[in-house]
Design a protein around this ligand. Structure first.
Ligand SMILES: [Zn+2]
Length: 419
């Protein structure tokens, strides 16, 4: 069988594995709370708070969709015309057109162009966050954060670009197989490494001070069968007033991270409810399953890229003769961008199901639906959410059930518990 035949077979295998993983590990059977309960929850929320949340989300909307459109436009302009391949060539020229310069510097330049052209939208978003009091960051702090994230992406990007084009040179006929395995490995590696190496670049973490709350959180985790090494507090307040918590690390390195803003804003029982939700993610191995689906997804994407790379029309549009050449990297980015837009609603749907399960876990673990509901109200108020967002936006991009869904679920749990 030819490499192309093997690639088709591999793509079919990866697609089946992906579908089976999603079918088996995503909780599809739990129906959302009835719409009538959601509307009742909405009526119980203070009208001015609902209005403010909606106003804030409406203020963000034009900028975020414009950024999406501009990002797509740039990707298409660079990838489906010869512009991008010329840029890669230009960047490589001072180095005699060496493949490493084209692959690494040219590749990073393509990404940087897109980043710079969407930068005004990020700045505009920052002005909205500041206007609504959600950002506590200065423009200096914002710029430093931006530069740090550019630096982190440049390092990871350079390694990935070098590795990818090295594999292509070493195995011109079978690069897609090695590339798929390498990309999958990178996803797994990043999911272990990012929390440990990258989080400290942006935040400082200190152990939570001894006291009733810390003791309660540690004992709840032990009771749940999800032992954690430590409860850490992140200094999120230096850039935001938004509240959050998460569990990161696996096995012996697992830790609960709580934003200092959460401790300042919320009652201890509400903090407990948030951490119980996060323990649900750990207990159901949501990070591990997410990593697995991500790894299968990128592996399938690399193979699909190889197969699409034999489509003459695409190559002619991009002005290249092979998808495997660094000059075709802008075409790769264009294809990845389009695929990302299509994948967004699917990822959001899966995420909402997984989040609803973690909510159910939190309710069962704490047995305290009242604290859960007040936490949801507080999250909505502090993070300025729309408690019941427009349906199309919810379906396209909401990673969590809406506030009214989550409150309705808590009330359904309370009803069941009283029986
Ligand atoms: Zn969650």
């Amino acid at each position: 069988m030819s490499p192309r035949g093997w690639a088709l077979l591999t793509l079919a295998g990866l697609t089946v594995a992906l579908l089976v993983t999603v079918a088996v590990f995503v909780p599809w059977h739990r129906p959302p709370a009835p719409r009538a309960d959601q509307l009742a929850a909405l009526r119980d929320l203070p009208a001015d708070q609902v209005a403010r949340g909606r106003e804030f989300r409406a203020a963000l909307r034009p900028g975020s969709y414009a950024a999406l459109a501009v990002g797509l436009l740039i990707a298409v302009a660079l990838g489906l015309t010869p512009l991008g391949s010329r840029l890669v060539e230009l960047v490589g020229r001072p180095f005699g057109g060496h493949w490493i310069a084209q692959a690494v510097l040219g590749g990073l330049a393509v990404v940087l162009v897109a980043d710079l052209l969407t930068l005004p939208f990020s700045a505009w978003r920052q002005t909205v966050l500041t206007r609504y009091g959600l950002s506590t960051n200065s423009w200096g702090g914002w710029a430093v954060d931006l530069l740090k994230s550019y630096a982190v992406s440049a390092v990871i990007g350079a390694v990935a670009l070098f590795g990818f084009y090295l594999v292509i040179r070493l195995a011109p006929r079978w690069w897609w197989a090695l590339g798929a395995a390498g990309a999958a490995l990178l996803v797994v590696l990043l999911s272990f490494v990012l929390p440990v190496l990258v989080e400290p670049v942006f935040n400082k973490f200190t152990p939570m001070e001894q006291g009733a709350l810390r003791t309660e959180l540690m004992s709840m985790a032990a009771r749940d069968g999800v032992p954690v090494r430590d409860v850490l507090v992140a200094d999120a307040s230096r850039r935001t007033t938004a509240v959050n918590a998460y569990v990161s690390g696996l096995g012996p390195t697992r830790r609960v991270v709580v934003y200092d803003t959460l401790l300042r804003e919320a009652e201890p029982a509400e903090v407990t409810a948030v951490v119980a939700h996060e323990l649900g993610h750990a207990k159901d191995s949501d990070v591990a399953v997410g990593t697995l689906t991500g790894a299968l997804g990128v592996a399938a994407a690399v193979v699909a890229l190889y197969l699409l790379g034999s489509w003459g029309l695409l190559l002619r549009l991009a002005g290249v003769d092979s998808i495997a050449h660094p000059r075709a990297f802008p075409l790769v980015i264009a294809l990845v961008t389009v695929a990302g837009l299509v994948a967004t609603p699917v990822q959001a749907l899966v995420s909402r199901r997984v989040e609803a399960r973690a909510d159910a876990h939190a309710l069962a673990l704490t047995g305290d639906p009242a604290a859960f509901e007040s936490m949801q109200r507080r999250l909505g108020t502090v993070n300025l959410g729309d408690p019941d967002p427009p349906r199309w936006e919810y379906l396209y991009s909401a990673s969590h059930p809406s506030t009214v869904e989550r409150i309705a679920a808590a009330r359904a749990y309370a009803r069941e518990a009283r029986r």
